[in-house]
Design a protein around this ligand. Sequence first.
Ligand code: FAD
Ligand code: NAP
Length: 867
Amino acid sequence: MSLASDEVTVRRTVPPEVDAVVVGAGFAGLYLVHRFRQMGRSVIAFDTADDVGGTWYWNRYPGARCDIATTDYCFSFDPELEREWTWSEKYATQPEILSYLRYVADKHDLRRDIRFSTRVTSARWDERARRWKLETDRGDLVTCRFYIMATGCLSMPKDIDIEGADRFAGAVYHTSRWPHEGVDFTGKRVAVIGTGSSGIQSIPLIAAQAARLTVFQRTPNFTFPAHNGPPRPETVAALAADRDGYREAARNSRAGVPLDHLATNLLGEVATPEQRRERFEWAWERGELFALSAIFADVMINPRSNDIAAELYRERVREIVKNPETAESLCPRDHYMGTKRPCLDTNYLATYNLPHVRLIDLRKHPIASITEKGIDTVDESLAFDAIVYATGFDAMTGALVAVDVAGRDGVTLEEKWKDGASTYLGLTTTGFPNFFTVTGPGSPSVLCNMAAAIEQHVDWLTDCIAYLDANGFDTIEPTETAETGWTEHVRDCAEITLLPTASSWYMGANVPGKPRMFYVYTGGLQAYRTACDDVVRSGYLGFRLDGPNGAVCNNGIICQLQPDVAMLLSAIEKLNLPPMETMSPDAARVFTTATAARRPAGPRVGAVRDGLLPGSAGDVRYRLYRPEGADPVPVIAYFHGGGWVIGDLDSDDPLCRDLCVRSGAAVVSVDYRHAPEHRFPAAVDDALAAVRWIAAHAFELGGIPGELVVAGWSAGANLAAGVCQAANALGGPPIRAQLLITPVIDGDTTRPSYQANGAGYGLTTALLGWLYDHYIDRGDREDPRFAVLRGRLAGLPPAVLVTAQFDPLRDEGEAYAEALARAGVPVHHIRARGHIHTSLTMVDVALSGARVRAEMIEALRGLLPRE
Ligand code: FAD
Ligand code: NAP
């Protein structure tokens, strides 16, 4: 069935000028050549290999297979190809995938425009000619308008960084540069160094041949059985029934594979022991990489949930591996499950039960040196006939910076990225016009089905080039603003997961000296595709397009909301809830209480006690949160949000717990009388009375007398600010600091943020109007007990003030921070980028808020006197 011939025609005519040069002839390079041809553009591709295939040309080690089912890990651009090709296994072997890519190259006659056995060595942007000038190691000089690096995320083997490696006199192999003729290990003493995917796939097969196999393991990995066999019948049936629909679902999925069948709502900590086991067993039997990250809904974001799954994994290792010491060494403990790429294997763990296979745990017995005869650990000398390095790659950027790519002003990519890679969409980078990277840093790439990711990239960039031509532009380049924004977004996405906690190649941690950052976009292919499409829909937002008729630049940032906040807003929008301002206050309260009952409870604190304290017109409720450990501690008097109409001790309970745990202070959350039943200034009076009482009773609350902080969120922050002003004016009680989280400051709805953020970000301008009207007469709105900006600010306690970028109240918070500073009050102003009014308080729901709360408490600590 394959058209591919093993005989590769090497054409050495290289045209001096083409529209596009492509580096690489793997999945990405092949599709690029095809697309450029279809568009009628001249293209030439280069590859150091002597044939197509990329990854599947180079990685010929025994056992090399894909770990995404091949029914998904393939091209979708050619329906005819899809009908012609049938995969023999769920996870096809390297030879089969290579045959497929050769078949594609033959079918579309792609080799005609590819020059093999040729390394691109340099590429320089000629500003005057507006062209790239490339050189190869075979002396070719090519000029092109567009330069595309399809050089692969995992194509540059990592240097061998083990002392004495060059002294070994026996045979040396690297899994990613395996001899084409294969290797026969029969009767040989073999060492394998490295237990990532390549090691784990090859070890059982090397063990089947070798007389003795010794595996040198630095970090044990999580590995699940692949349960390989024929392609999954459900997928085959789904493809047969509606191929286009299936591929479309894959394109619009998080991982480039339709995964709805794997989803669960079960949280690891909430699950019963039986449910946990059941879920783990399901993942173990499923034989699918993405099942690992779906064991529990929160397994990739909640360390405790991940620990539960990891412990079940370790139990399984102990069941399979008979030697207890070996089993313990194979149990991963230094990283969360899934934070280093997990593996799918065939008989990997059981291989260690074979009498001629030995595991050396390098954490206990490090390699001292490689010698002429073998490997010396700190304890013993071992002789080998062959050493196999399965030590991985300089991933994501290695192949890109290996070429001397110099953009505008001669700055090289390596220089630009010396402190970390920055791109716009993982596709382009400032200073490098008409330069594209396929699956570059900051794109979803290796966290999803790469075939789907590659097709999306190639489609996007070739459409972009067609747009430039159709609209008379010569060049395209991203702006600094757009690139900085995207880089922040990539980091934000990673930081809500556990992924950046591991020393993985995703972090660049495997290569000494490489800048540490999360190199991959974790938001998923679907979100990424939406972002790329939105950029186009917004007139190439964040790009400068230049041509003979002038330049166009719609500068700006895509994806400004924190990723989890964006998800929450979209989930809430789908619920199609009635706006709160259309409800009665009582109905709004019932709604708020019902919503609060369904949230996570917040962290555990030392103790919680409810009580009553005297307000200005009768008792009000309070709730005391005490931290673990010995008293006395500082005290925070806290006022809940809810626009003086809704909210209570329960509504802000998770936030108070979080404040208590983070600060180590006792938090006294105080209720106050609500409007419209009790209008302004009832709440203000209650708040002042409460703070006086708390100050007077600090000791019995477990607090240090005189160490009082007053805090609040939203309307509660308005009360907190007012209390500080009143205490200042009245000469007491003494307040050390104020913490104002997205406060109401003067309710001036003419400020720009009421317009810009007035709808679509949770708290709306309409709802604020409803709350103000219930709370306070129009004639009272300049009273400084409400419009605290109009109060006397000099002499107020130092403030930590938090504003959120997409909050209607943002500008009044900004104004208060400025006014306080002008009045000589020390202010630590935190601008919560990408946040909305409510997200900072949504403990364990909007995970990105945790970083802001940590910063807030850190700042608060800095304002309190030190012991
Ligand atoms: P590559 O296939 O890496 O091709 C890049 C090509 O560029 C190489 O041939 C290289 O020689 C060439 N090149 C680089 N620099 C130069 C230069 N300066 N001059 C000339 N040529 C150059 N992904 C999945 O989604 N699913 C899987 O199951 C999966 N399994 C994998 C298994 C292994 C062993 C490895 C290493 C990776 C795997 N991946 C998998 C990731 C895999 O790399 C991608 O899926 C995909 O093959 C990448 O295609 P590409 O065309 O972008 O890059
Ligand atoms: P890898 O995951 O980076 O694993 C390299 C291994 O070598 C690790 O165990 C590492 O230990 C060890 N190592 C590196 N330097 C060492 C040293 N100096 N001394 C001792 N040990 C050392 O590389 P890989 O296995 O080639 O896989 C890379 C990626 O390619 C995979 O994550 C996957 O994305 C892809 N891949 C996929 C498949 C598949 O199943 N389809 C197969 C192969 C590869 P530390 O962890 O301690 O650094």
